[in-house]
Design a protein around this ligand. Structure first.
Ligand code: NDP
Ligand code: OXD
Length: 314
């Protein structure tokens, strides 16, 4: 019985050593080397080459080494084994740090003061709106969205959320589905996207959605923060809204193409903050421990945790 490591862009030998330390009795094999395909019971994947997981007749589970699973469902030859993803309190806390940081950055107009400092300008217009007068709308009320909502509320923001299925969360106005979208956007000054990338959410942050955001709020126009996936956003529409002034600014951690191409106008647009898909990096040791614990659960006859639904795509 072995664990197959299937990854692109990561140091696979580091991961082999990590897993070997945690699962000393289990052979750890690596895609690309010769191994017995019948012996593979588990796969740990991060962006494995599509089609490379076929012909594993005894596969019991596939583990995403990230919180997202869109890269798995992009493989149309993915075996029909249960899929579990990373749910890690440290990763969740890091994402909330990022969301709170960037909501505060836009609330406190920090980019403007950075520009003024570089120009040696002391601005006599020192007005700052209160956090409670700014409405944050979080798209995606899962592990990450709910934690971000809690922490934004501590900072005083007026927070609401939007999800696929209806929710009742104390102290958080919740909207859901297509029916709830219009009212949700209309009360949003800072839109935070923490959605997974699925067939339903691809391209959701487009001209139509942006045109539904509140105009005339305390920030003088709406802001966007996307830390979900780049495939959620239509970058041409975001740039057009920024140019038109109907979107006042954006923080983007994820992009249609990563790394963000050097010719993208997002790099230089004064209204845009770019970060390199590191809103919430997970510690490799923590991720390996979570996967090893899941394997031990299965070996002990216990159910897999954090299983995703292939029909929903997340
Ligand atoms: P969860 O699966 O816990 O939550 C997903 C949320 O999105 C749920 O509330 C779900 O609704 C909602 N949702 C899904 N589809 C739709 C839809 N069609 N319409 C409305 N709402 C929808 O995911 P996490 O919170 O753990 O993670 C979210 C994403 O964050 C990941 O998939 C990943 O892409 C991204 N991520 C980014 C990182 C970064 O560094 N930038 C790091 C880690 C993750 P419902 O509650 O009804 O099911
Ligand atoms: C993840 C990510 O899915 O890093 O964990 O985006």
């Amino acid at each position: 019985m072995s664990l197959l490591l299937a990854m692109t862009g990561w140091h696979v030998e580091d991961w082999r050593a990590r897993f070997q330390g945690l699962l000393p009795e289990m052979p750890i094999v690596v895609l690309g080397e010769a191994f017995d395909r019948r012996a593979v019971h588990y796969v740990a994947s991060w962006k494995h080459p599509p089609g490379s997981l076929t012909g594993l007749p005894n596969l019991a589970a596939i583990f995403s080494l990230g919180a997202g699973v869109d890269f798995l469902f992009a493989d149309d030859k993915l075996p029909a084994a249960p899929i579990a993803r990373v749910v890690d309190s440290d990763l969740t806390a890091r994402m909330s740090e990022y969301i709170v940081l960037h909501c505060l950055l836009h609330l406190r107009q920090q980019r403007r003061y950075d520009r003024q400092q570089r120009a040696g300008v002391w601005d006599d217009d020192r007005f700052q709106p209160a956090a409670h007068s700014v409405r944050v709308g979080i798209m995606g009320l899962g592990e990450l969205g709910q934690d971000a909502a809690t922490k934004l509320k501590v900072m005083g923001f007026d927070v609401a959320g939007w999800s696929r299925s209806p929710k009742a969360i104390e102290g958080l106005p919740c909207f859901s589905g297509d029916d709830g979208m219009k009212a949700f956007l209309a009360r949003t000054d800072i839109l935070v996207s923490l959605l997974p990338l699925t067939a339903d959410t691809r391209g959701i942050i487009n001209a139509e959605l942006l045109s539904g955001l509140a105009q005339g709020g305390r920030l003088g126009g709406p802001f966007l923060i996307n830390a979900g996936r780049g495939g959620l956003q239509v970058e041409a529409d975001i740039l057009a809204a920024l140019d038109a002034g109907t979107l006042k600014g954006a923080t983007l951690d994820v992009f249609e193409t990563e790394p963000l191409p050097s010719e993208s106008r997002l790099w230089t647009h004064p209204g845009v903050v770019v970060t390199p898909h590191n809103a919430a990096m997970s510690e490799p040791e923590a991720v390996a421990s979570l996967v090893a614990a899941q394997i031990r659960r299965l070996e002990a006859g216990e159910p897999l945790q954090h299983v995703v639904d292939p029909a929903r795509g997340y």
